[in-house]
Write a protein that binds this ligand. Structure first.
Ligand SMILES: *[C@@H]1O[C@H](CO)[C@@H](O)[C@H](O)[C@H]1NC(C)=O
Ligand SMILES: *[C@@H]1O[C@H](CO)[C@@H](O)[C@H](O)[C@H]1NC(C)=O
Ligand SMILES: *[C@@H]1O[C@H](CO)[C@@H](O)[C@H](O)[C@H]1NC(C)=O
Ligand SMILES: *[C@@H]1O[C@H](CO)[C@@H](O)[C@H](O)[C@H]1NC(C)=O
Ligand SMILES: *[C@@H]1O[C@H](CO)[C@@H](O)[C@H](O)[C@H]1NC(C)=O
Ligand SMILES: *[C@@H]1O[C@H](CO)[C@@H](O)[C@H](O)[C@H]1NC(C)=O
Ligand SMILES: *[C@@H]1O[C@H](CO)[C@@H](O)[C@H](O)[C@H]1NC(C)=O
Ligand SMILES: *[C@@H]1O[C@H](CO)[C@@H](O)[C@H](O)[C@H]1NC(C)=O
Ligand SMILES: *[C@@H]1O[C@H](CO)[C@@H](O)[C@H](O)[C@H]1NC(C)=O
Ligand SMILES: *[C@@H]1O[C@H](CO)[C@@H](O)[C@H](O)[C@H]1NC(C)=O
Ligand SMILES: *[C@@H]1O[C@H](CO)[C@@H](O)[C@H](O)[C@H]1NC(C)=O
Ligand SMILES: CC(=O)N[C@H]1CO[C@H](CO)[C@@H](O)[C@@H]1O
Length: 834
């Protein structure tokens, strides 16, 4: 049996590579309280090996063994009083007799009681029972033997994740390796990682995975691939996880050979009806379809002048006989012309969907990104949540850090998500908190919930970085109960992932909770969006990329003013999409919160915020403070040496060290860009003044030449140096004129995709250090083939004795297309950040 094989193999997996995630079950000492409370046996009330209740029995057995070394036998048919009993309420009644007060449970809910003689874990269905088993194990793994007796139910039936996996095995916006599902146009043979993924997801109560990219390939639905999808569903099923499929709207034409994909055409309807029947024949519990239509070049009903509702309903009707649902993405917008002051992409979703309210079938859910643009570092709540009263909705978030450091920066996302989940839209002047809207409560919708774009891959860490897993864990917890506290969830994750040491808990909590504010500080402030390069990799800084194109992520920054005027009175009219009370707050500059002022208003750089600072001075201050905070992530982590296993300690340390440098790349790029544009000096005189820097282009160069970097703000002094050819080394030399002492030496260089250069740094011909440009193999963001804000990197050599007059020399050896580029060196008195 697959599940068994998986458990057996876990014990042999190389120490701490992250594969177990938060199901690490580190061994703990068993106190007398523990010995008193540990169950002596396990009763799993279903003997069928593929059932979630059977799997729950195995999980309990393995967990008890791993954590407390106890060996509990599993039985299936007899209720023992000292045992942990796991099953559905119905199974319990059949095998163990009546219950005095059967708990009230919704679908997927469970009852957990440790207060009697044994432990009772009872689900409304088998999936709920498995959730309860994981919950009990989570308590044990945290050394928690409190007596509890409670039932818990999900906030909403839809608790899905989306994977943007392509059929060729690549993953769009994925930073953790290749697909665990697809390869070479088909489904991989070895689905053991898919089963492990389902296990992780079950433990956080996720009930479906849409396995393929929303930019879907029509070949997903060939008979051979339907069979492969069936194999994925088979390995998901024991964990109570259902399969979902993204569709390409034009499949009947591309794959079916029809001349049309018009959603009202009889042959098209028949085609979808048939293919849906084929899928359910193989996957009787298929969850449903996810559709991105008429968006970013994807085909859709508009081609035939049909509405988005007509498009969605085509699939809804095909799915109805089987109980499947359609997740229809609200991410629909057109290219716009920035010379039109009224044009506004943020308005698109309401413009497209509001007129269709009530026209969707009951099994359609409109899946809405948290903000109206695209997963930016800060956005106001999507107003679409306040405009659909007769339509099911779901919240879409990203666990994958597409615009937010791409798993190469630490960023704990729930505090950002919470700004939307907890936002009160005041529809009709009544409390209308967003979490009550998408879970169906506010407008009495039966269906609703949330979806997260996760994009795990083959990397042992799943997401590409150990610390990013807190986001996946927290997503599941918030999908179940969006009222939970972001920090409390984080603390559970830390204990489960790194053990019970209090210093580890305190430190990692502090770092994580500061990570989003810090990232916002050193990327885009005051609601101007992230300011990353939206035309290329969405990773490093490039504020100019927001404007002068049709994508509508404009800042409208010029030499005097900045921000989008989205007011009704003078701007795009976007504020009018909110209910009156909220609209009034945003319409007025005086009542708009500072952190969204540039989202809603076009103001002078000298405009004074509520904080008392000007916009431009806030930009400067926030960037300097954010970068300083990022430096502390490294030092905080380093204080945990010896308290975390060496494998994960070093991997995380290396990434945080990288982040210290890239936060300075961000800081300098943004402040230089706006300093250059506004010509307003920094009151603190930091911008443009770097007392401890030596520019590479100012050094004595042999075999190196100067190179003008674009965008200019991603190089110190807008210039770098590259080797004259890609086969001969270059040497850059300078005589250092700093007072003798101990310094931290920082060297900024560019690490390009397509080569692994080498650099050697000497002081008076004595080697100080050596490094190679292999970030594309060791970090987890999309690499760049250019010298820019994505490839700009810093390496640190700490505690170097430097004497006045010493000669510093760097020898760069190019490789492939990477010409050993260098930007500058910083000779920093310890504690100085620059
Ligand atoms: C046990 O699990 C199997 C497979 O999921 C299911 O078909 C069966 O109905 C379950 N048995 C009981 C008694 O619930
Ligand atoms: C133990 O777990 C219960 C149930 O989740 C929780 O209410 C309680 O706060 C936990 N106790 C400790 C000490 O963590
Ligand atoms: C769809 O998949 C097929 C088969 O793998 C591949 O040949 C084709 O290039 C893909 N199409 C797109 C648009 O990616
Ligand atoms: C239904 O789909 C299957 C598999 O894609 C195909 O073999 C069959 O010919 C189709 N039947 C009809 C009536 O279109
Ligand atoms: C859709 O409508 C537009 C104008 O209303 C018309 O020009 C176009 O021909 C129509 N297209 C189709 C495919 O019917
Ligand atoms: C945008 O509109 C302006 C003014 O109407 C026009 O000159 C320009 O060509 C348009 N740009 C594009 C890309 O359509
Ligand atoms: C995981 O990815 C990192 C880079 O992101 C790489 O160094 C490591 O080798 C990968 N590990 C596995 C097992 O794929
Ligand atoms: C900017 O300041 C000038 C001069 O004080 C003022 O006339 C103008 O209205 C301001 N512009 C905006 C967009 O607030
Ligand atoms: C972010 O910047 C603001 C404004 O300068 C500052 O008050 C705050 O402490 C900074 N927070 C972090 C985490 O860097
Ligand atoms: C470094 O070595 C070169 C060649 O051996 C020599 O010419 C030069 O003087 C040395 N420089 C220093 C600072 O020792
Ligand atoms: C040097 O660069 C050129 C142009 O980018 C490339 O064609 C060539 O393969 C490179 N040489 C090596 C040894 O990588
Ligand atoms: C590097 C640099 O100075 N870039 C720009 C700064 O702004 C002026 C216009 O104000 C541009 O001409 C420069 O190219």
């Amino acid at each position: 049996m697959k599940a068994l094989l998986f458990f057996a193999s876990l014990g042999f997996v190389a120490a701490e590579n992250g594969l177990k995630g938060w199901l690490r079950y580190e061994s703990l000492p068993c106190s007398s309280q523990c010995r008193r409370n540990l169950p002596s046996g396990i009763v799993a009330l279903n003997a069928t090996e593929t059932s979630p209740v059977y799997v729950a029995g195995l999980e309990l057995q393995e967990g008890l063994k791993d954590i407390y070394g106890s060996h509990a036998q599993i039985t299936h048919s007899q209720c023992e009083t000292d045992s942990v009993v796991v099953g559905t309420i119905d199974q319990y009644r059949q095998t163990c007799g009546r219950m005095d007060e059967p708990p009230e449970l919704d679908e997927d809910g469970f009852w957990l009681s440790t207060s009697g003689q044994g432990v009772q874990i009872l689900g409304q269905n088998e999936r709920g029972a498995l959730y309860g088993a994981f919950e009990y194990l989570s308590m044990l793994a945290q050394g928690n033997f409190s007596e509890v007796a409670y039932s818990t139910n999900p906030s909403a039936p839809v608790r899905w994740v989306n994977q943007w996996d392509n059929m060729d095995g690549s993953i769009e916006r994925g930073y953790g390796g290749e697909s665990i599902f697809f390869k070479d146009g088909g489904i991989v043979n070895d689905l053991s990682r898919a089963a492990q993924y389902a296990r992780l997801l079950a433990s956080i109560r996720i009930n479906a995975v849409v396995v393929n990219n929303v930019n879907a390939n029509a070949t997903t639905l060939t008979p051979q691939n339907i069979e492969g999808l069936g194999r994925i569903a088979d390995v998901f099923r024991p964990y109570g996880v259902q399969l979902g499929i993204s569709l390409n709207f034009a499949t009947p034409q591309i794959l079916g050979g029809l001349s049309t994909y018009d959603p009202l055409n009889k042959c098209v309807i028949q085609w979808w009806t048939n293919v849906t029947a084929q899928i359910y024949k193989r996957v009787p519990d298929m969850a449903g379809y996810l559709v991105k239509a008429d968006s970013e070049g994807e085909p859709g009903p508009e081609t035939y002048n049909r509405t988005l509702a007509q498009g969605a309903n085509l699939f809804a009707k095909a799915l109805q006989p089987y109980g499947g649902i359609v997740m229809f993405r609200a991410f629909v917008y057109n290219q716009l012309n920035e010379s039109n002051w009224k044009a506004d992409r943020a308005k698109a979703a309401v413009d497209f969907f509001k007129p269709l309210d009530g026209k969707f079938e009951e099994n359609v859910i409109v899946q809405i990104k948290y903000g109206p643009i695209d997963f930016q570092v800060r956005e106001p709540t999507s107003p679409l949540f306040a405009n659909l009263f007769h339509t099911n909705t779901a919240l879409e978030v990203e666990v994958t850090q597409e615009y937010l450091g791409q798993q190469s920066h630490l960023l704990y996302l729930p505090p950002l998500w919470k700004t939307v989940m907890d936002f009160d839209l005041r529809v009709e002047r009544q409390p209308s908190v967003v979490r009550d809207i998408y879970t169906g409560k506010r407008f009495n919708r039966k269906l609703g919930g949330s979806a997260a774009v996760v994009n795990v891959g083959t990397n042992a860490t799943w997401l590409g970085s150990h610390l990013s897993m807190s986001n996946l864990y927290a997503y599941g917890r918030l999908a179940w109960d969006p009222t939970e506290d972001a920090q409390e969830i984080l603390e559970d994750w830390i204990r489960l992932t790194f053990g019970l040491d209090n210093k580890v808990l305190q430190t990692l909590t502090r770092m994580s909770m500061e990570s989003w504010p810090a990232y916002e500080n050193y990327s885009g402030n005051l609601g101007i969006q992230t300011l990353t390069d939206i035309l290329y990799t969405h990773y490093g800084p490039n504020p100019a990329s927001q404007d002068n194109n049709g994508w509508g992520q404009w800042t409208r920054a010029n030499h005097k003013t900045i921000g989008m005027d989205r007011t009704v009175s003078k701007g795009t009219g976007y504020t009018g999409q909110y209910p009156a009370e909220v609209a009034a707050i945003y319409e007025n500059l005086d009542t708009t919160p500072d952190n969204l002022v540039l989202w809603f208003h076009h103001v002078n750089y000298t405009h004074r915020l509520h904080s008392g600072k000007t916009v431009i001075q806030h930009f400067y201050d926030a960037h300097y403070e954010g970068a300083v905070t990022a430096q502390t992530f490294l030092t905080q982590w380093e204080s945990l040496e010896g308290k975390v296993d060496p494998e994960r300690y070093e991997d995380i340390r290396r990434r945080l060290d990288y982040q210290t440098g890239h936060s300075i790349v961000w800081r300098d790029a943004i402040v230089n860009f706006y300093h250059n544009l506004s010509r307003i000096p920094d009151e603190m005189k930091r911008v443009g003044n770097h007392a401890w820097r030596v520019e590479a282009e100012d050094m004595d160069l042999t075999g190196y030449e100067t190179y003008v970097v674009s965008p200019f703000e991603t190089a110190s002094g807008s210039m770098a140096i590259v080797t004259n050819s890609n086969s001969t080394t270059g040497t850059a030399t300078t005589t250092l004129d700093f007072p003798s002492g101990v310094y931290d030496l920082a060297i900024n260089y560019y690490d390009l995709y397509g080569g692994v250069s080498q650099w050697e740094v000497y002081l008076n011909n004595r080697t100080i250090g050596h490094w190679i440009g292999n970030n594309e193999h060791t970090l987890s963001h999309t690499p760049s083939i250019y010298l820019d804000g994505h490839s700009a990197t810093r390496i640190n050599f700490r505690g170097v004795q430097v004497n006045q007059g010493d000669v510093l020399k760097i020898v760069g050896t190019p490789n492939g297309i990477e010409p050993a580029p260098l930007d500058y060196i910083s000779v920093l008195p310890p504690g100085t950040v620059d």
